[in-house]
Design a protein around this ligand. Sequence first.
Ligand code: P6P
Length: 335
Amino acid sequence: MDEQIVTIERHIVEQEREYPKATGVFSNLLYDIALAGKIIAREMTRAGLVGSLGSTGKINVQHEEQMKLDVFANQTIIRMNSFTGRLAAMASEEREDVIDIPRGYGTGRYVLVFDPLDGSSNIDINATVGTIFGVYRRRSEEGAGTLADCLQKGRDTAAAGYIIYGSSTMMVYTTGNGVHGFTLDPSVGEFLLSHPNLRIPDEPRYSSVNHAYEKFRSEGIRRFGRWLRGMDEADPQKPLSERYFGALVADFHRTLLKGGIFYYPADSRYPQGKLRLIYEANPLAFIAEKAGGYASNGRSNILDIAPRALHQRTPLFIGDRSLVEKAEEFIAEYD
Ligand code: P6P
């Protein structure tokens, strides 16, 4: 094979060679996720032609409007992973409870947690959305996976990644040994290695936050926001340019590639933060750390939070370590 063409399958197998005890189950699980991403990408591309844009008219477990593609993405990931015998259970943003493996099918050693389509309010305007996933080794011994299997600390992640459906479709993942990006070549239906060993650039480039809610935020967070924009006379900074996609995956992907910080802090509307710990913050925090960055809830490392509930929310500051730590300093001093 041409040395320049590295498919995600080949990359996963080569990564696995570094773990002699690896059995291939883990690799196959990552293929399954990649295949689900290809199917979702295809549906996304033709959505406007086949009537799968728009809302289902229902409200999901998050009390948010459920888009048709939310349902499609959720069903696709569940179907691609229910019958393989690789998983003991799944957990999805779109489902209230742990998703069991159907009766009669074997259960495996891993659990998969995922947000099937993050930022889906962007779909109808043809803006970027994405799938976020995390993989853990089951803690329970055998049989059906448990809630406890899904409520593991981000620190114990086995693999984390996302698929971003933008001008191209990319899959970014880490098993803890570097962060690697693959771009889908639709002509052959393969994810090909395009961004090996991604690292968050040392020079921060963008900050990303929704300023509309500033008045609901604490003193420390407001001060951090002003500092970031070079408006703190006591400690003037070169202001960072601002970008905000309204889709966590897209804002994180830019932060990973270009440097800077994304944050969605707690405020009086969302005292625990808006974003979800298990299947949004933890996978991206694991990726950020493996790419030389850091993720915090404003006071401590996201990866060290002991989850209590499947859909629990968390404040999130993620990206350049020095900027995230600066946010922690402002919060510690003023809140
Ligand atoms: P707001 C999308 O609905 C989402 O969950 C994240 O993907 C995104 O970062 C955030 O909410 C945007 O929220 O309040 O700025 O519209």
